[in-house]
Design a protein around this ligand. Structure first.
Ligand SMILES: [Cu+2]
Length: 203
């Protein structure tokens, strides 16, 4: 009788532990942890210099690049935006798009946006999140700001360039709401050092 009781308690205990661990894993599989690489689903490619060069060329149409205003406006509803981390003409804590550093990106509501991030940095990880969290960003405070504003609008940090191979990954999201958003690097301290830009969705 006593032995049976002990086994019963052990079984119930194991079930409770199982539910607890399962619950914790489920909670952490959501958006809070996903920018850090859990349950991300983003495929990481390894590009060579020629592939990078071909990707970052500005298209002849459907985009208006204003160097002086530092804005890039994308027309249409199917948009591809190549973004480099640590561009040659900017700080290592900055993004580059078509030769501009941290430009304001302007798109339309109800567009399908694909952002292809390429890490040009040879000694640091960089990622990207489109969020509604506005600057100023604090060194330790990015977790408060890096919740994706749209479903899927983040790429977990990519490793540094190694032997001429540049890690690259993409995110695709629908601009379901209009407003002013920000694209930021979610690696601790990077946004606070200036690694961010405005992302405007026009209605
Ligand atoms: Cu970064």
């Amino acid at each position: 009788m006593a032995k049976r009781g002990v086994i019963g308690i052990l079984v119930v205990g194991l079930i409770l532990v199982g539910i607890g661990v399962g619950g914790i894993l489920f909670a952490f599989s959501g958006k809070i942890m996903s920018p850090f690489g859990f349950n991300s689903g983003n495929t990481v490619l390894s590009l060579n210099a020629t592939e990078v060069r071909n990707l970052v060329l500005p298209p002849a149409t459907a985009v208006k690049i204003d160097k002086y205003a530092n804005t890039i406006e994308f027309y249409g509803s199917n948009i591809v935006i190549p973004v480099v981390a640590s561009p040659e003409n900017g700080s290592m804590y900055s993004f580059g798009v078509y030769g501009l550093v941290n430009p304001t990106i302007i798109v339309r509501k109800d567009a399908q946006v694909r952002v292809q991030l390429i890490n040009l940095d040879d000694d640091m990880y960089h990622g990207i999140v489109v969020t509604s969290g506005a600057p100023p960003y604090f060194y330790m405070g990015t977790m408060m700001f890096d919740r994706p504003a749209f479903s899927g609008s983040y790429i977990p940090p990519l490793a540094e360039e190694k032997e001429g191979k540049f890690p690259s990954s993409s995110m695709t999201f629908a601009t379901s709401i209009s407003g002013t958003f920000y694209y930021i690097c979610q690696v601790m301290g990077h946004a606070s050092k200036g690694m961010y830009g405005k992302f405007i969705v026009l209605s």
